[in-house]
Structure formats: C-alpha cells, structure tokens
Write a protein that binds this ligand. Structure first.
Ligand code: AR6
Length: 181
C-alpha cells in the first residue's frame, strides 16, 4: 500500500528489510554499533563482515552512536548500497524522553540520507522488538516523523516501511490512515 506526501512516495509492506533494493536501509542498532539480534543481526548476517568493520571504524572515531542519532556505512553484500544505523530508545515506561528519542532516530536517519543524496530508504519498526516500545505509539511517531520530513524535503523521494509481520503492518497502516484524516 502506498501514500504520497508531496512528491515523496511512502510505501508500506510486509517483508524482510535485508532484501530491499532501496539505496539505503535503516538498521535498528544499539549504541555499541557492534551488532545484536533482531533486524540488526539479520542485516549483519546478510551484509557480511564489511559492515561490522566500518561500524568498528566509526566506534574508534566517535565511540559509538548515542540514542536518537544515526551513522552510515556501506551495504556490504546487501542489495542496498548503504546502511544507516540508528539507535532507538529502550522503553522505560514512557516518562524518560522515549517519544522524542524515537522521533530523533527517524529524523536523523532521514537527514543523513538527504545529506548523502540518497533518494530511497527503507525503515524497520525501530524500538518495537527487543527495546519494547509499545507498537501503536511507535507507529504513530514513525508516521508523523516521516510525514513531517517528506512535507519539508524533496529527497528521499521514496520512503518504505518494511514490516516483519501482518500484525505490525496493520498497525502502521492504521497509523497512516489516522495521520491522513
Ligand atoms: N526485516 C524487517 N524487520 C525485522 C527483521 C527483518 N529482517 N527482523 C526483525 N524485524 P528489533 P529494537 C523487526 O528487536 O526493538 C538488537 O539486538 C522485528 O520484528 O530488531 O530497536 C539491536 O542490536 C521488530 O518489529 O529492534 C539492539 O540491541 C522490529 O524489527 C536492539 O535489538 C524491531 O525489532 C534494538 O531493538
């Protein structure tokens, strides 16, 4: 299913993010940048050791990636040319700035893409797995962040939400429909 915000195509699909042919895919990483489970593990497995090597170089330079920020590596063996690694917040009940930090993770990933001239990008559902952010609220924040960015920026021209189950896809679809009302 797709929506348009000005000239940006927004696509929602149930799929594996490692298979996407957008110029960049976003990784729901952790601050160490050294890999983990979930989508992070899947990206490093499919992309091969080059991605981890580059993450280690970034770590050596800047000591990891703070929550809400984003860094970029190449895509190794992935179809995507780049991986943008962002760190969503761990859910601690909602009174610890979680919403703002999640908004920052989407926004800073999109800003980095724009800076690099990246025209198409795929996002997973950041923070809603191991980091336990409640899915409805996370979907609302993801949708609002992308909608706001697309309303103000020309690139990326295609933004995909690549969701791992029908249930999560439905939550994101409802969040978009609500946002467009
Ligand atoms: N494609 C798309 N989505 C996926 C894939 C995939 N291949 N695999 C899992 N998901 P999570 P988080 C979905 O836990 O909550 C890692 O260990 C998954 O079903 O990957 O931000 C990191 O290193 C869920 O809907 O990310 C961090 O330590 C969503 O991706 C920590 O987990 C996010 O789940 C980050 O936790």
């Amino acid at each position: 299913m797709e929506f348009w915000v000005n000239n940006t195509r927004i696509l929602l699909k149930r799929d594996d993010i490692t298979k996407q042919d957008t110029e960049a895919i976003v990784n729901a990483a952790n601050s160490s940048l050294l890999g983990g489970g979930g989508v992070d593990g899947a990206i490093h497995r499919a992309g091969g050791p080059k991605i981890l090597e580059e993450c280690k170089q970034i770590r050596a330079r800047q000591g990891g990636c703070p929550t809400g920020e984003a860094v970029i590596t190449t895509g190794g063996n992935l179809p995507a040319r780049y991986v943008i690694h962002t760190v969503g917040p761990v859910w601690h009940g909602g009174r610890h700035g979680e919403a703002d930090l999640l908004r920052n993770a989407y926004k800073n990933s999109l800003l980095l893409a724009k800076e690099k001239g990246i025209r198409s990008i795929s996002f997973p559902s950041i923070s809603t797995g191991a980091y336990r952010f409640p899915i409805e609220q996370a979907a609302g924040i993801a949708v609002a962040s992308v909608q706001e960015f697309a309303a103000q920026n020309i690139i990326p021209t295609e933004i995909r939400f690549v969701l791992f189950s029908d249930e999560v896809l439905l939550v994101y679809r409802l969040a978009w429909e609500k946002a467009l009302q």
